[in-house]
Design a protein around this ligand. Structure first.
Ligand code: HAM
Length: 446
């Protein structure tokens, strides 16, 4: 039997209609368009501007940017080799955005840049519900400002996106990761404290104790969680400057009426963070509960070898997880738009007419569809129903010879005869009457 080619595990196709991939529902492309549209409009409300960076980046950028010891770099990168060059499929977008900021001297364009992005990312993780190898992130980065209001603003923007979808019940956790020196001292203290408890740690906990003890803090293992209740906290290793900054961020969040939970055990999986770190979780998502996460990364530019000070803060969120949350909360997602009219043709001449007329209508901004398989009238009417066309235009040899066509309103069943020359004007009027105030519907951009 011929081989059926399939998408790679952990990736999925987005079809025009809802489908299922590896046991998980994948919404149709119109749901993705709707979600992207709401995200873009929310970003515009905060006056963040879109940046699009390539999916391929040099491996060195990602390694230096997100850290040699991070899980992503050690285990999860898709590497592409070509000659002597090594590229990676971007696992996230913050390091690429910083690269672009430095490369294009964006600091010269007004000092602070507020940027946003939507696009695919790649991580070779073990696929499961809410965790994929190709997934889609949206996020924002404010680069060029170390003002605590910038931290609160990106958090407010992140929450505004979920609000715009009516998603409720998510929890915002925040922490400060302090300055690198403070963190270094803390890591040593934590390692020293955990070492006598080595036997209580899981296998991966013991490995982390060696390589990156901070990562033990976000363990899901209950025994480790119980142990950590008495462990030293990073906040106790921070100086006045860090604490004041952290207080200011919290104050700004309070000013904006944003509820948060302080979680001194919150750490992030990427090495570029300092000061503010945060995550948004949803109880509806199961094991992969993080809807979004982010924080401040004032030293990322220097990790990339730049002398240009580029303090930054941002967040990123998974679109798949947003869609799962929408599904769990039974949110209504607008359906794909049907064609305005479906042309039903009987006979060879009428088939040529259907093609010509569809083109004429489309040129006038009316969306038109017709049969391409020379099917019977009954089958064409069934197709018009399947496509949910509100109107059909019907013509056979007799109508065309008389210079007329039939227009049928598919809802009421009412049918009228029109002069073939007047079709676009008549349909435009019918559509206006039928749509009424619906013309401002969000997804319709025809
Ligand atoms: P992150 O926490 O690694 O942060 O990813 C952000 C979000 O991407 C997660 O909360 C999750 O919703 C989604 N995500 C991550 N991995 C997967 C996956 N394998 N499958 C599905 N969704 C996934 C970052 O990427 C940072 N760049 C965020 C940031 C922006 N920090 C500052 N600016």
């Amino acid at each position: 039997m011929a081989k059926i080619w399939r998408n790679i595990r952990g990736t999925f196709d987005i079809l025009p209609w809802p489908s299922v991939a590896d046991g998980t529902a994948v919404p149709g492309s119109s749901a993705w368009q709707y979600v992207e549209d709401v995200i873009r409009r929310t970003m515009a409300r905060f006056h963040f501007e879109e940046i699009r960076t390539p999916v391929l980046e040099e491996e060195g950028l990602i390694v230096r940017g997100i850290g040699e010891g991070s899980d992503i770099v050690t285990k999860e990168m898709f590497v592409v080799e070509r000659g002597n060059d090594r590229y990676v499929l971007r696992p996230e977008v913050t390091a690429p955005v910083m690269r672009a900021w430095l490369q294009h001297h964006l600091e010269q364009r007004g000092g602070v840049q507020r940027l946003y992005y939507i696009g695919p990312c790649f991580r070779a993780e073990r696929p499961q519900k809410g965790r994929y190898r190709q997934f889609h992130q949206f996020g924002c980065e404010t680069i060029g400002a170390d003002d605590p209001r910038a931290d609160a603003e990106v958090i407010a923007l992140m929450l505004a996106v979920y609000d715009a979808f009516g998603i409720t019940g998510s929890r915002l956790r925040i922490n400060t990761l302090g300055l690198p020196e403070e963190r270094k001292q803390y890591v040593e203290a934590l390692r020293a404290w955990l070492t006598p408890h080595k036997d209580t740690l899981s296998e991966s906990g013991r490995q982390r104790l060696e390589k990156n003890p901070l990562r033990i803090l976000d363990t899901k293992d209950e025994r480790e969680q119980a142990l950590l209740r008495d462990a030293p906290l990073l906040i106790d290793f921070t100086g006045e400057q860090t604490r004041e900054r952290y207080e200011s961020v919290k104050q700004c969040l309070g000013d904006a009426g944003i509820d948060f939970i302080e979680d001194f055990l919150l750490v992030r999986g990427l090495d570029y963070y300092m000061h503010t770190a945060f995550e948004l979780e949803s109880p509806d998502l199961g094991a992969q509960s993080a809807l979004a996460g982010g924080g401040r990364y004032d030293l990322l530019a220097s990790a990339l070898g730049s002398n240009c000070p580029a303090p930054g803060v941002g967040f990123a969120a998974g679109i798949e997880r947003l869609l799962l949350a929408l599904d769990a909360q039974d949110a209504t997602i607008p359906e794909a738009l049907p064609p305005d009219v479906f042309l039903v043709a009987l006979g060879d001449d009428a088939q040529r007419w259907a093609f010509r007329e569809a083109q004429r209508l489309r040129r006038q901004g009316i969306s038109a569809s017709f049969d391409l398989k020379g099917r019977s009238m009954k089958a064409q009417m069934r197709e018009a129903h399947r496509q949910r066309a509100p109107f059909t235009l019907i013509a056979g040899q007799t109508e065309l010879e008389a210079g007329v066509v039939q227009l049928k309103n598919m809802d009421s069943g009412e049918q009228v005869q029109l002069s073939a020359d007047k079709v676009p004007e008549h349909i435009s009027k019918c559509l206006r009457d039928a749509r009424g105030s619906e013309d401002s519907a969000p997804v319709s951009s025809r």
